[in-house]
Design a protein around this ligand. Structure first.
Ligand SMILES: [Cu+2]
Length: 285
């Protein structure tokens, strides 16, 4: 069983190992979707963009949807397995970023996720492993291909709103049911997820948001929150399309590729197969 942890509990060696794995996936591991044009990391950016837009996203779109949690669960689990394979370390797991807490919970340090973008360099990140001048984290997928050419990861902390507080998060975590418009748990937490992405700014505000590696730590936290919500509300359906769950909803297939593109991985999942993280081989420590 893979155990995921808060990044603040990682040792310096674990942080270094995680960054190394990201860089291998970004620069060495071959792409499945567009071999020769990008690397395996970029495939995850492309999948996310295909299913968010702009233009006509692939269907079903897992955004503004009950599918948000199951779909991103598989996306980041596949990413985690790729990281492990990239460096041959099965003990490596995705850490999470609890953005409702500050202090040691801040992942934006030079030895880990790097810093804010630099206003003198068009908001490009200039410190840490993803700094433009290191040349190790080139952006290769943009929302619009015409924007191509700017290879830098960008951030603009706090330019759009604030990070949610722990009180904000607690008020959402208490909500039931899973899905109810406008204030079911999943609806509200997806909205809070948008606030965090907006706060980070730069690439994180685009459909190509996985270009910034903080995407995976952010989504790992959301995934953990789903696990916590299920144990806190055991009488609630863990997933539903409506206020009242029905069994056939659990048979919904999760889709990760356009018909015109190769499948990014060999396995197919239905919602019912991804409701329990342990069935997918991981848990939160
Ligand atoms: Cu998304």
């Amino acid at each position: 069983m893979d155990i995921r942890r808060n990044h603040r509990d990682m040792t310096p060696e674990q942080k270094k190992g995680f960054i190394t794995a990201l860089l291998v996936l970004k620069n060495i591991t071959p792409s499945v979707l567009r071999p020769g044009l990008q690397h395996r990391y970029d495939d995850f950016v492309q999948i996310h963009k295909n299913f968010m837009g702009p233009g006509t996203p692939a269907v079903p779109n897992p955004h503004r949807s009950p599918l948000f949690f199951p779909w991103h669960r598989i996306l980041i689990r596949q990413f985690e397995l790729e990281l492990q394979a990239a460096v041959g370390d099965p003990s490596l797991t995705l850490p999470y970023w609890n953005w409702s807490m500050s202090g040691a919970n801040d992942p934006f340090t030079d030895d880990f996720m790097g810093r804010d973008g630099d206003p003198n360099h068009d908001q490009r990140v200039t410190f840490g492993a993803f700094a433009l001048d290191k040349g190790l984290y080139a952006v290769r997928i943009w929302d619009n291909d015409e924007e191509g050419g700017d290879a830098g990861v960008r951030r603009n902390f706090g330019a759009q709103g604030l990070l949610p507080s722990s009180a904000d998060l607690e008020s959402v975590s208490a909500k039931t049911p899973y899905w109810s418009v406008p204030d079911g748990w999943a609806n509200l937490l997806e909205g809070m997820h948008d606030e965090v992405s907006s706060w980070v700014g730069g690439n994180m505000t685009s459909a190509a948001s996985p270009n910034d590696p903080i995407f995976f730590l952010h989504h790992c936290h959301l995934d953990f929150l789903w696990e916590q919500w299920k144990s806190r509300h055991p009488a609630e359906a863990p997933f539903s399309f409506h206020e009242n769950a029905s069994p056939e909803m659990y048979g919904t297939r999760l889709v990760f590729h356009l018909d015109s593109e190769p499948a990014p991985w060999a396995t197919d999942w239905k919602v019912k197969q991804v409701l329990d993280s342990k069935a997918l081989g991981y848990a939160y420590g």
